[in-house]
Design a protein around this ligand. Sequence first.
Ligand SMILES: Nc1ncnc2c1ncn2[C@@H]1O[C@H](COP(=O)(O)OP(=O)(O)OP(=O)(O)O)[C@@H](O)[C@H]1O
Ligand SMILES: [Mg+2]
Length: 322
Amino acid sequence: MTVPHHSGEDATAAIEAYGLTKSYGKPAVRVLDGIDLRIARGGVFSLLGPNGAGKTTTVRILATLTEADSGTARVAGYDVVADRSAVRRSISLTGQFAAVDEVQTGEENLRMMARLTGASRSAARRRADELLERFDLTAAARRPAATYSGGMRRRLDLAAGLVGSPEPGVFFLDEPTTGLDPRSRQQLWEVVRDLAGRGATVLLTTQYLEEADRLADRIALLNKGRIAAEGTAAELKARVGGHRLDLVLTSRAAYLRLAGRALHHSPGTLTLGIPTDGSAAQVRALLDEIDPTGEAVERFTVHGATLDDVFLALTSEASAHV
Ligand SMILES: Nc1ncnc2c1ncn2[C@@H]1O[C@H](COP(=O)(O)OP(=O)(O)OP(=O)(O)O)[C@@H](O)[C@H]1O
Ligand SMILES: [Mg+2]
């Protein structure tokens, strides 16, 4: 394997990975089966995929917590194996490096961490105040971290990752909003947007497709250890036609006959969703083809595709035709 020469690297990329593979266990189960990624500097990149797809494994390799079996990766220009400590100085990983002490207050935690990075007492105090303000934790600053809600705790984790100065350029957030209520989730989205707005690169994994749709500049869909698709949310939606034709069928027999063509299945309401470009010509042709005698379909609606449609299409067993 050739080691990429430093001057030959792509200076505009925050993260580059080539052919990452990883297997676990005996007999070995291949978890990553050749991952290539190129993530430009600045902005939010989201890694989506079903449970067990390999998202956390990918993040751990890029954040130098695990080594790939083969392949290479550079983060902030540094090789994740050869320049591990330089990578660690350039990144923040939520909830991992930030060892928040539950007994101490948010303020005490941040001041102590700032002191550990070498800041003077007054500089540490200033930095802590600044971060508490920025992460909307000023009101809770003097309470023990143990009393924080899930959302506050995650914001404190993120703040802890920013204590050092200069701030890291690359953030790995592995499911930062899982389990948060809608308001806390939105607060975290604001934090992520703010980081990206300051020029940072954020690699975010999420189970919430709507979150990727709203936050991410680009999205990679990971399925069974491979990148199944990559692009903007709009590009990914276009891959499933951009629209969805929902058919409400007249009978269970009609439903079962047509179920194989659909991506979305709601047996309770006898509704099937079929990808389409949304044009009248295609919808008319589809209806004629599916229901030539006009007996199977009771009603239909056409609406814009969501990332759910993309996710289902590209991660289903029968995805080869998409
Ligand atoms: N240390 C390990 N030892 C053995 N198997 C592992 C280990 N870490 C991960 N795996 C397996 O690798 C596969 C991918 O796991 P990974 O955590 O990367 O998935 P994920 O996409 O993050 O899933 P989730 O959405 O559930 O977080 C899973 O089948 C998991 O059981
Ligand atoms: Mg995971």
